[in-house]
Design a protein around this ligand. Structure first.
Ligand code: UD1
Ligand code: MG
Length: 454
């Protein structure tokens, strides 16, 4: 069975009050429509078409996915018209699934259930029972309980309005039949739109049995119309992720104060304190502990790593049992070996720091290669930039860099060298020697503090 998916994403999203098209607003760090594209792929869809309109090319450009079919619907003439625009892209598909770009939480098992409901017929609808069905199209069933048609809220009489089973908008249909039904739609209704929902009555008239399925969780079919609903779905999504992680053995000190915008792969007995934000692809080894108010973005942390409070780590590899923070910043292209200590107010950028080295206080280490067991004192700066180019600092194993020193790159401190505190090092500091640059200390004899005139 060849499955095609049509994602409707042409609507304006007026209530978002945004210059950004609605479907590009992020949920857990990914555009709303990105979630729908991802679930389509997970279903093994042969072809995925996105119908876009409002916001013009902004949507295809932001998603930037070559394998999608982008179908422009210049004027939003209704859901039926929107799907019809995408039908050329669905040629040869046995089944066509219609999804909405602003209904991001729809889950794979629910869609599999819907597709299974259509296995021996040509149309299946995803419906849901709502205590307050206001605004939705109602599922009208015949005396035998079979769906007969869908009536939109604005076209409904009191009897239909009392129906609590509503149309989620998500459906699956036989590809060829769907194309034929869409060709027969008209817009003679209260909104003057081509309603996708009118295909239900057509299917029934053609003798097609219409089946229905329901979502595992009714929140899967909630749409985003404004930023309040967006925040609501974000919380729901985060809560699900937090629960999944906790069931997999991760301790979250407070699951309500945890955000994952990407993917987290965590080992055993990982502990995450409050207000931690995880973005991109993050891997945490066994027994990793993350302190409060920390951001981890595209990082891999080895077993036993401790990140204390208030750190920001991005695109870095941290060796096992290293200790970071509090208040440390690890910037992209940094690799720390095992048992490295990076302390408070230290920034490390694009550097390799080997096993057992310590940079504990108020330092900047950039474009550097630091050997094993190096001790970098408080306030050491690698001066890597001359205003035009960046240069490398190399520090050999067992070197000791005294506090408040500047290493003016390109420069090398050889293995076992000691740099006296307060030095400005511009040339190679030889191995196992003390190198320092320091003006002589003097004391003025008989000097007195000035006194105030009168
Ligand atoms: C639609 C259904 C209704 C269902 C409800 C569920 C129809 C006629 N009605 O109503 O039965 O209960 O969804 O939310 O289908 N869109 C386009 N192009 C268009 C029109 C819409 O791409 O020309 C997209 C919108 O961006 C949106 C989706 O289709 O993502 C649904 O459109 P919307 O106007 O919200 O449909 P409703 O009137 O709410
Ligand atoms: Mg509408």
């Amino acid at each position: 069975m060849k499955l095609g998916v049509v994602i409707l994403a042409a609507g304006k999203g007026t209530r978002m009050k945004s210059a950004l098209p609605k479907v590009l607003h992020p949920l857990a760090g990914r555009p709303l429509v990105g979630h729908v594209i991802a679930v389509s792929r997970a279903l093994g869809a042969e072809r995925v078409a996105v119908v876009y309109g409002h916001g013009g090319e902004a949507v295809p450009e932001a998603i930037g996915d070559e394998e999608l079919s982008w179908v422009e619907q210049a004027e939003q003439l209704g859901t039926g018209h929107a799907v019809e625009q995408a039908m050329p892209a669905m040629a040869g598909m046995d089944r066509v699934l219609v999804l909405y770009g602003d209904v991001p939480l729809i889950a794979e098992p629910t869609l599999r259930k819907l597709i299974a409901a259509a296995v021996d017929t040509d149309l299946a609808l995803l419906t849901v029972e709502l205590a307050d069905p206001g605004g939705y199209g109602r599922i009208v069933r015949d005396a035998d309980g079979r769906p007969r048609c869908i009536v939109e809220q604005k076209d409904a009489d009191a009897r239909v309005l009392a129906i609590t089973e509503v149309n989620t908008g998500i459906l699956v249909a036989d590809g060829e039949r769907l194309a034929r039904w869409l060709g027969r739609l008209d817009n003679a209704n209260a909104q003057g739109e081509f309603y996708l929902t009118d295909i239900v009555a057509m299917a029934v008239a053609d003798g097609v049995r219409v089946h229905t399925a329901q979502p595992a969780d009714p929140r899967e079919v909630l749409g985003v119309n404004d930023r309040v609903q967006l925040a609501g779905l974000e919380r729901h999504y985060q809560q699900n992720q937090a629960e999944r992680l906790m069931r997999a053995g991760v301790t979250l000190r407070d699951p309500v104060r945890f955000d994952l915008r990407g993917s987290l792969d965590a080992g055993q007995d990982v502990e995450i304190d409050v207000n931690v934000l995880i973005e991109g692809t993050v891997r945490l080894g066994n027994r990793v502990r993350i302190g409060a108010n920390t951001v981890l973005r595209d990082v891999t942390l080895g077993d036993g790593v401790v990140v204390r409070e208030n750190c920001v780590l991005e695109r870095a590899l941290i060796g096992e049992q290293s200790i970071i923070g509090p208040f440390a910043r690890i910037r992209p292209d940094t690799e720390l070996g095992p048992r490295v200590h990076v302390g408070n107010f230290v920034e490390v950028k694009k550097s390799l720091v080997d096993e057992g080295s310590k940079i504990n206080h108020l330092s900047y280490v950039g474009d550097s290669v630091v050997g094993k067991r190096v001790n970098i004192g408080a306030g050491v700066i690698t001066c890597n930039y001359d205003g035009a180019n960046k240069y490398r600092t190399t520090i050999g194993d067992d070197a000791f860099i005294g506090s408040d020193s500047q290493l003016v790159a390109p420069v090398e401190v050889e293995a076992g060298a000691t740099i006296g505190a307060g030095s400005t090092i511009t040339r190679t500091a030889p191995a196992r020697q003390l190198t320092l640059s320091r003006s002589k200390q003097t004391t003025l004899k008989g000097w007195k503090r000035p006194v105030r005139d009168r």
